[in-house]
Design a protein around this ligand. Structure first.
Ligand code: GCV
Length: 634
């Protein structure tokens, strides 16, 4: 930690920093203390002396000191006063993880920033400086774990050779407080162990995993555990043997328990057979299992019930499994959010879910209160700036900061990040903040306003495809989700429809239950309403749809203008990169608007109001666009 501080401070101050031993000296005092138990194993304290000549950084552990050191650097880099410091900081959530969807061949599923930073071929012999910098970056925002491999798992990672490579990474990450985790392919005992079954209740399967786990912990004594996607989208799992998710999770949990390992078992499941509303399936599957999981199992739940849409209601599983610790899964990589080219600051979306009230234990039962950890599906690749879009790093940053303290505001986090990434100049800070804070709402408007969802291209999920109706599963098709017809649009999830609303506490459901009082943001998530439906703005639903799509485009154009004002203050390379990306975003926002309005107009049979731009092409033109090589998909 001294090394980090020396390196950064000598650059910031232009001279070496003085480390002193006593508070009456002038400089920085660093000490581990067992006196302040409230700091726990990761917390830290920063305190000025009475004369403001020395700052004491104290923690119970080296990792606490490291976090405190980074905090001090952040204060300095963001130009905060260093006098009368009295900061006491501990993480609110114990598990703060990245989930890489990185494959062993370095292809990143839903990755838009190059290939994986983990070069399995040259590991363990070659330690890329990037691994160290990755650990430093993560530690600087409090991330304390990383799942190295894709949830669509490959059993090969569990071979002896690859475990040596994992060990090499674990050794690099350890001094930065980062534990490594792997994804476990449920059928590994068959694929690697030569067994005829992976049935979790069979003793030979249990023994196979116990042996494998022992091998891992011999190499990596602080290995974190496994993340598992089972019986979901074709992945193997316990249901292949008529066992439950709890049976599968518990078998692995028992194997890692002697080493204090954990199992993060994903709730992202939807059945191949059930014709049930996909919204309801994860809850239906997991809620009855509450109380059946071992203590070291966490159920990992995506923020919303479907799949990382621009806006989703919170998943009804939050608060519904009081006997099971839950992990929140957010997606940093922008699969459905403009992918690698759109500027979308995701913190407001994360906050929307974390602050949502489940009402499970009365008013104020926020989603945050129901989770024990947060994982973010990483947006990192081997691009020179890690995340490709210069603003995408803000989402990685926000994930770490919110996992440390979910009460922090999106605005505070944005400001910190801007000051450290772009400049401390007021114009830059304020303008970037405006751009970032409106960006998510802009995207919702030009892609999926009023509660529309999952109307993106098939497979790659790039661009609009509201007419999509060709995939074998109904719930992979956009028409399944918007249900537009001559009577109206939206998915009826009230008691007269799929009744997904009943999965929420009545007080939470009440906010969405009536189409006349349901907030516009969620309307089409829960209601099929007529094209004439009167919106709170006084417009009809059709008019509101036209308004929102156009507003989204206007917001992106405003973002472009705001960025232009910053040209004098930003280096040419990054200025141009963002400018060009915003150009793409603007054109794609127009494309989304025109394609969607032309398509929905077939059902509404109403004109696009005269004040708006007319679509440049016909619906047929948009329907014929094809993108076989859009990135991120298989
Ligand atoms: C890793 C969505 C994505 C898949 C992803 C899956 C998941 O369906 O499109 O790429 O697979 O979610 O979260 O498991």
């Amino acid at each position: 930690m001294k090394e980090e501080l020396t390196q950064a401070l000598s650059r910031m101050l232009g001279k070496p920093i003085t480390f002193v031993n006593q508070p009456d000296g002038a400089g920085l005092i660093i000490r581990t203390t067992s006196a302040n138990a409230s700091l726990g194993s990761e917390g830290f304290q920063l305190q000025s002396n009475a004369t403001n000549t020395a700052i004491t950084l104290s923690a119970q552990t080296d990792i606490g000191l490291l976090y405190g050191g980074f905090h001090l650097l952040r204060l300095m880099q963001t130009r905060q006063p260093l006098i009368q410091l009295n900061i006491h900081s501990t993480p609110k959530l114990a598990l703060r993880l990245l989930n890489h969807w990185d494959n062993l061949n370095r292809y990143v599923e839903r990755g838009y920033a190059g290939i994986s930073i983990f070069n399995w071929h040259t590991l363990p012999g070659y330690i890329d400086q990037r691994y160290i910098d990755y650990a430093r970056a993560n530690a600087s925002i409090g991330i304390n774990g990383t799942v190295l491999t894709n949830v669509n798992a490959n059993a090969w990672i569990l071979t002896g050779d690859y475990l040596q490579k994992v060990k090499a990474l674990a050794d690099v990450f350890r001094p930065y407080g980062i534990k490594v985790y792997l994804t476990a392919r449920f059928s590994a005992p068959i694929e690697m162990g030569g067994l005829s079954t992976a049935d979790p209740l069979q003793p030979q399967v249990q023994q196979w995993w116990q042996q494998k786990v022992k091998e891992i912990y011999t190499l990596i004594p602080d290995f974190g555990g496994f993340l598992v996607k089972a019986n979901s989208e074709g992945q193997p799992g316990p249901q292949d043997y008529k066992r439950t998710h709890a049976d599968g999770a518990n078998m692995l949990a028992d194997a890692v328990a002697p080493y204090n390992g954990i199992i993060m078992w994903r709730a992202f499941v939807y059945s191949h057979e059930t014709p049930e509303d996909r919204f309801k399936q994860a809850y239906n599957e997991f809620k009855p299992l509450d109380g059946q999981f071992r203590k070291n199992v966490m159920v990992q739940v995506k923020n919303g019930p479907i799949d990382f849409q621009p806006r989703e209601p919170f998943s009804p599983l939050f608060g519904a499994m009081p006997q099971t610790p839950l992990m929140m899964e957010f997606q940093l990589t922008q699969e459905y959010l403009g992918q690698g080219t759109h500027l979308v600051y995701e913190a407001p979306m994360f906050k929307e879910t974390l602050d949502a009230d489940t009402h499970i234990n009365g008013k104020g039962s926020t989603v945050t209160k129901s989770v024990s950890g947060i994982a973010g599906v990483a947006n990192i690749g081997n691009d020179i700036n890690w995340c490709s879009h210069p603003f995408a790093q803000a989402n990685w940053y926000a994930l770490g900061k919110l996992a440390w303290n979910p009460a922090q505001s999106s605005e505070t986090i944005a400001e910190e990040w801007i000051r450290q990434t772009w400049s401390n100049k007021t114009t830059v800070v304020n303008t970037c903040k405006q751009i970032m804070l409106q960006s998510r709402e802009a995207m919702v408007n030009y892609m999926t306003p009023l509660g529309l969802h999952h109307i993106m291209g098939n497979g790659h999920h790039y661009g609009p495809l509201p007419w999509g109706n060709t995939l074998p599963r109904a719930d992979w098709n956009p028409v399944y989700y918007h249900r537009a017809d001559s009577a109206g649009i939206g998915f009826n999830r009230t008691a007269t429809g799929s009744n997904a609303l009943a999965q929420y506490h009545p007080a939470a459901a009440a906010a969405w239950a009536d189409s006349n009082t349901c907030s516009s943001e969620y309307l089409l998530w829960f209601h099929h309403v007529s094209w004439q439906h009167r919106m709170p703005t006084g417009r009809s639903l059709w008019q509101e749809l036209c308004f929102r799509y156009n507003q989204g485009v206007a917001q992106v154009r405003t973002m472009q203008q705001q960025w232009q004002q910053l040209q004098p203050y930003i280096d040419k390379e990054r200025y141009t990169q963002v400018q060009l990306m915003l150009g793409i975003q603007q054109r794609e926002a127009v494309w989304w608007r025109d394609a969607c309005l032309l398509y929905f107009q077939q059902f509404s049979q109403q004109p696009i109001p005269a004040q708006y731009e007319k679509p440049a092409h016909t619906l047929e033109y948009y329907q014929n666009l094809k993108f076989p090589y859009a990135p991120g998909n298989g």
